[in-house]
Each structure stands twice: as structure tokens, then as C-alpha cells.
Design a protein around this ligand. Structure first.
Ligand code: SAM
Ligand code: CA
Length: 247
């Protein structure tokens, strides 16, 4: 996929700029959150993976450190055990998940690119959580269809994080709503899409931002109209919409 507006990092591995300007009053306020809440409590492997990722040319795709902290806390709050992630990249959100779930917890992780996952894998192994991860290389949609084909997977996931090709989110949603349990949560990432969801039609947007914007707008509308879920859109990272299945 094209690079996404996920968060920008400088060489020190800090996450700056991005939608944060549109979501918070200033970069200084965002730095304050990082320095006051995130970095002092950040587990060593998360820091290491952030630094490894910062050196990669596509580091704009990584989950921001504050969002990693949020996911880690959320998973603990809901006692998630059986989880799924679509869109792994170097594994920052994956590690946040793996560190949060119990030792016998599981993450079915999918990405079309194994190479980037392998950049993060040594850190994940060192953290002692690699045994929780079942990584599958390939497009997520056929794998989801395979899962749906087996009744025992229905309603079996406590938490699913979706952070991949935004033009497929609605296709994912059709399947994930069957796979997540009632009371379980699906998190769709980047639902504020660089703040572009409120940009006027003629705004000068980067090409990939413009291309995916309509899909994000359509997703946001569809989630708000879906009677099977309760939703909460949070201005964390580039926007994350939590969907709690209620029927
Ligand atoms: N969650 C990751 C993190 O914390 O660093 C970031 C994921 S990145 C924004 C999006 C990922 O989706 C890329 O690694 C890309 O290879 C993957 N992707 C794109 N299309 C996909 C598809 N059809 N199926 C599975 N993964 C896909
Ligand atoms: Ca993202």
C-alpha cells in the first residue's frame, strides 16, 4: 500500500507532527504527553522497537508511542486474550498487544509484508512474547474468509486491531463483526486520516491522503449507522474508532 499518514518520526525515534497538530493545540502539547505519560512508563522493548523502526524508510506508518500506550492499557482493561491484528509493519502495535495479554494469550497477525515484521521480531523475541504471535503473510481478506468458514471462530475474538489498507476496512468490517465476540472490541485506526476528514473538497492534500479519504469517510458513516456496535472515536494518534459489538 501507499505510505499512510500514521505518525512521523525523527531520527531520535520521537513521534511528531502528523495529525497531532490538527488534534491537539500544538506539537509542544503532544511532546508533553510523550514526556510526561508515555516515555517514563514505556517498556524497554517498546522503546527499542521504536528506535529500530525510526531508522526504516517507511517509519511514517508506525503506530505512535502514545497510541501504543493506549492500546496496551485498553487490552488490559478489557482482559483481552484472543486477539487479531491486520497490518503489522515492524510490529509496534503488535508488541503493545503482546505485552498486554496473558502468557497464554494469542494474536493472529496478518500482513502482506513479512520483511518488515522480521525487523521487529528480534525485539519481540527478546521481550519473551513471540510465542503469543501467529504471523501470517498475505492479504487479510482471504484469510478472514477462511476463518469465517469455520463456525468455531465465530464470536471468538476479544479484540481486533485494524491498521492496514483503508480501502478494505468496510470489507474487513463485514467479516470481523462475525469473528469478534459480543462485548468484544474492534479498533479501526486512522479514522481521522490526517485531519483530512474535515478538509474542504479543494484542499491541497497529498495524493494518497486524498485517495483514501473517501474510504475513511465512508467507513466512519457506516460504523455510526451500524446497529450491531457501539462506537467511540478517539483523537489518539491519527484517530482510532473503537467498536464494541453488542449483538
Ligand atoms: N500497526 C502497524 C504498527 O504499529 O507499526 C502499522 C501498520 S501499517 C500502517 C499498514 C500495514 O498494512 C503495512 O505493513 C502493509 O504491508 C499492511 N497491508 C497493506 N495491505 C494489506 C492487506 N491487504 N492485508 C494485510 N496487510 C496489509
Ligand atoms: Ca495506523
Amino acid at each position: 500500500m501507499a505510505t499512510t499518514g500514521e505518525g512521523n518520526q525523527n531520527q531520535a525515534g520521537r513521534h511528531q507532527e502528523v495529525g497531532h497538530k490538527s488534534l491537539l493545540q500544538s506539537d509542544a502539547l503532544y511532546q508533553y504527553i510523550l514526556e510526561t505519560s508515555v516515555y517514563p512508563k514505556e517498556p524497554e522493548p517498546m522503546k527499542e522497537l521504536r528506535e529500530v523502526t525510526a531508522k526504516h524508510p517507511w517509519n511514517i506508518m508506525t503506530t505512535s508511542a502514545d497510541e501504543g500506550q493506549f492500546l496496551n492499557m485498553l487490552l488490559k482493561l478489557i482482559n483481552a486474550k484472543n486477539t487479531m491484528e491486520i497490518g503489522v509493519y515492524t510490529g509496534y502495535s503488535l508488541l503493545a498487544t503482546a505485552l498486554a495479554i496473558p502468557d497464554d494469550g494469542k494474536i493472529l497477525a496478518m500482513d502482506i509484508n513479512r520483511e518488515n515484521y522480521e525487523l521487529g521480531l528480534p525485539t519481540i523475541q527478546k521481550a519473551g512474547v513471540a510465542h503469543k504471535i501467529d504471523f501470517r503473510e498475505g492479504p487479510a481478506l482471504p484469510l478472514l474468509d477462511q476463518l469465517i468458514g469455520d463456525e468455531k471462530n465465530h464470536g471468538s475474538y476479544d479484540f481486533i486491531f485494524v491498521d492496514a489498507d483503508k480501502d478494505n476496512y468496510l470489507n474487513y468490517h463485514k467479516r470481523l463483526i462475525e469473528l469478534v465476540k459480543v462485548g468484544g472490541v474492534i479498533g479501526y485506526d486512522n479514522t481521522l486520516w490526517n485531519g483530512s476528514v474535515v478538509a474542504p473538497p479543494d484542499a491541497p492534500l497529498r495524493k494518497y491522503v486524498r485517495y483514501y479519504r473517501d474510504f475513511v469517510l465512508e467507513l466512519n458513516k457506516a460504523l455510526a449507522a451500524d446497529p450491531r456496535i457501539e462506537i467511540c472515536m478517539l483523537p489518539v494518534g491519527d484517530g482510532i474508532t473503537l467498536c464494541r459489538r453488542i449483538k
